[in-house]
Design a protein around this ligand. Sequence first.
Ligand code: ATP
Ligand code: MG
Ligand code: ZN
Length: 554
Amino acid sequence: MSQALYRKWRPRLWDQVVGQDHVVQTLQNAIRSERVGHAYLFAGPRGTGKTTTARLLAKAVNCLAESPAERPCDRCEHCQAVNNGRFLDLIEIDAASNTSVDDVRDLRDKINFAPTQGKYKVYIIDEVHMLSTAAFNALLKTLEEPPPHAIFILATTEIHKIPATVLSRCQRHEFRRIPVRLIVQHLQHLCRQEHVDVDEETLTLIARQATGSLRDAISLLDQLASTGAPIRLADAQQVLGTAASQSVIELVDALLERDAANGLSTIHAALDGGSDPRQFARQVVDYCRNLLLVRMGNGELIEATPEQQAQMTNHARRFTTQTLLETIQAFNAAAADQRSAWQPALPLEMALAQLVSEPTPASQSEPVHSVEPAVVNVPLPVKTEKAHKTPASKEETSTQPAGEPSASDAPAEQQLGVVPAQAGQADDDQPDQPESGSATQLQTILENWQKIRQRVKTQSSPVDGLLNSCKSVTMRNGVLQLGFGSEVLKTMMEKGNNLKITRKAIQDVLGVEVQIACVVVQGKGSNLQLDGDIEADGMVSTALRLGGKIVHKE
Ligand SMILES: Nc1ncnc2c1ncn2[C@@H]1O[C@H](COP(=O)(O)OP(=O)(O)OP(=O)(O)O)[C@@H](O)[C@H]1O
Ligand SMILES: [Mg+2]
Ligand SMILES: [Zn+2]
């Protein structure tokens, strides 16, 4: 197996270290003036060059080059030995796996032996924050009176875990996250040497994804280059899981339009395309957080291409701060939701439903959001329907019949698609067995479900979106019951005119008036077990969404 790129490209000379000039300068000066300290602490995020710099220092103090200014030379015997991991006086200890006090004592005992090969024995203790308190105390003794031939370099990503007593005995150097611009430059250089064909936009994507860690950036590049084919943005997006970013933008569009149907299909398309639901939720949160920064005038803080900046500015202008906060909250909850493994899309659907179903007080008072007169008056060919949705519709409270508390006890056969052929079947211990009339009525409704939804959609896409996430449609005591996967969705549906709109649509399409109630269908979608070999997970709604027809089961 070929060597990982990031190892192959570990800097061997001071000037190859990227983005840590403040550290390199100081250390180089110390080497030049031959005033090297005995204890260093390198702190900073992962993959920013701590171990690399520690090795450079170890090389420099033992380099055989005549002039101190040229150390490390990378050519002499000692430099070469360090490069190849054969230098006996460089001892690297991973504190993560040698945390005990004995390990440190062992080190302390050995430290008094003079260097075998070089001038200095250099101890690099990586992840030093992992040491136990006892081990720290033992280390402290050594740090207090190090033998003249010993140099300690402690490295950590978590400086707050290092005892003050240790901190005070070390020369401290803070490593910084490496800016996107420098990472891109470095990757470009590396790609030229490695003959990797990749454009700057793709490298920028990689660099952003690496969040300041050069190692992560190189690893990502390595991963993408492994096929040997030219790397294109689309491939990179695919591999890095950011293909979803377009979906995120579409979802945000849908939120701004309060277009539940579009929002839901965006979510489902992203998940069908392989996005992880929680990761997708996090991306929405990240994006909205950026919008928040733009709104607060801190847009320059965001690492993004000019196109993305423009896109974000546009989105940010159309949101209110309040709505953005609500959006972040809702999708943050979706990202944290661990319970919906059986219905992976549900947390995202809930977040969406929550946000589109009801105008927030903020959006009512601030016209920037959904009630822009421009949107209402300009007859856009596609989006005119949204003009119907005004906050005023919220005024009317529901006059619908109260739903039964829960449908979890509803007979499974009554579920969508598995309506029992006729009454008179067994199971007459069920007090509320559907009468034959309502079974027929339910069947008619199911057969015309698409038409009904289209009708609903002309009145309100959010309501249609809610119907889309409806998991079951049943009839009980003459009342049409819409089953939702959660209390949140159920409550959404019960709000405002939503039920009225639905009832009206049914009346328009079928000429009958039915009462509607919303219920929560619980459990592992057990109510939706349509057939031995059909999974519950929103299958019916998915099928319906795709234009599927309900076929009566024998
Ligand atoms: N500042 C940098 N300049 C050049 N290359 C770097 C830099 N930082 C990291 N790298 C690249 O990443 C690899 C790993 O870096 P290094 O081991 O020094 O990181 P680290 O800060 O010690 O990370 P960790 O905290 O995970 O141990 C290097 O081999 C090099 O290829
Ligand atoms: Mg390291
Ligand atoms: Zn040398």
